[in-house]
Design a protein around this ligand. Structure first.
Ligand code: ZN
Length: 188
């Protein structure tokens, strides 16, 4: 079969982006040699991953993408503080004298931000792609908004109480959860 991968001409002005463009080309080449385009799963899982890269959290970057049953992107989000506040005035630590001195009191989770950012109100029957399995607080809100499927990448908190509770909530509400096992194309 004829080789169809086209390498860009790198000009002097974008020499500093050479590594980036080479990675982009490698990514395209990888896709071209396996499938000619991304599956819906790959498309939205990678969008969630891209959203995670916007997070300023130094320890845990999480991204989420809400998708309709007809494969329309309805909202995206990542974990972070509420907008419009001076972030330097708030803690970023995971531990403190009490919880008000930790980031946990002030951080909006990726799922919550994705819900805040939706372009439509009715999310009944939609799915959410998340880079980390949702906590129980997000799970209850996702259920309440009618999300019917959760596709997650990492499940690193599987045995923690807040995540055991999540699965209990999802199971009770008939929300399907499954781990994404496709490809991730991050150009960083
Ligand atoms: Zn959460």
């Amino acid at each position: 079969m004829e080789e169809k991968i086209i390498k860009r001409e790198i000009t002097y002005s974008d020499e500093h982006l050479k590594d980036f463009y080479m990675k982009v080309d490698d990514t395209f080449a990888t896709i071209n040699t396996t499938t000619p385009y991304l599956s819906w799963d790959e498309y939205f899982a990678n969008i969630a991953m891209l959203a995670a890269l916007r997070s300023k959290d130094e320890n845990t970057k999480v991204g989420a993408a809400i998708v309709s049953s007809s494969h329309k992107l309805l909202g995206m989000g990542y974990n972070g503080l509420p907008s419009g506040i001076d972030e330097s005035q708030f803690p970023t630590a995971r531990e403190g004298k009490d919880i008000s001195e930790t980031k946990y009191c002030y951080t909006i989770h990726a799922e919550q931000n994705a819900l805040c950012n939706t372009t439509v109100f009715d999310l009944t029957g939609s799915s959410i792609y998340v880079t980390l399995f949702p906590c129980c607080y997000c799970a209850s809100i996702l259920i309440q908004r009618g999300i019917k499927e959760v596709i997650y990448l990492s499940d690193k908190h599987h045995n923690d109480p807040e995540y055991i509770a999540s699965r209990k909530l999802f199971d009770a509400a008939g929300v399907v959860t499954r781990q994404y096992d496709g490809r991730i194309f991050c150009v960083v």
